[in-house]
Ligand binder design. Sequence first.
Ligand code: ADP
Length: 247
Amino acid sequence: MTIMFNNSGTTPPGDEPRSERIRFHDLNAGYPGRQVLHQLTSGIPALTMTALVGPNGSGKSTLLGVLAGVIDATSGHLRYTEGSPPAFVPQRGAVGDTLPLTARQTVEMGRWGERGLWRKLTRKDRTAVDSAMERLGVADLAARQLGELSGGQRQRVLIAQGLAQQSDLLLLDEPTTGLDPEARNRITALLADLVADGTTVVQATHDLEAARSADACLLLADGRLIGQGPPEEVLTATALSRVWQPG
Ligand code: ADP
């Protein structure tokens, strides 16, 4: 697998609009003994919201993990244009509810990448944590245990952890899944604000409503890319009936 940064090195074949934050070619990835992603070629437009959409098991989380650098592709090219390393917000269910962590400690973990695990947080770190918590409306939950928060509150704490990394590239796995409509709308509006402020946001989602509100969609089925572009062009009745089989 080739990973490239800052447009250096050899260029894989194909056209590459300058406004892309990530481009990948012929990407294959999976788990030991199980190939999940097959020959994916596409890009993530900069300063927009992109939805990785598809039914459960289609490979959205795996692709997001590859883009976040937490899963290694087995082959292919992956190229990031200039910017900070991505901030990754994993699925809420993947984060233990029983961890003895307060909301604030959870957000502080977002600074570990820069600070190291055991180093004391600096004033700059604390400011980043404070402003992320305020932005997500969770400052008043700082001392509460993660496990005692509602699903929507916990999700906002996890997004605040991502935001505390102060990256211009935010990758979120199912950020609105399982939340009530109010919590969902709140998070959707917040992600739109982040894009307006200059962040490139990618969310994996099987929520079609969330996908329809994105600027761009990558539609996955069985680990293959079967559509890419604006939601109104990709999420057509025909495409959806191919992907979401009844029963
Ligand atoms: P989605 O996010 O679209 O639901 P995933 O990327 O989570 O899809 O999963 C794609 C496929 O990879 C599924 O068949 C799933 O069972 C499999 N898979 C996911 N995680 C693992 C893992 N850690 N080990 C083995 N197989 C996995």
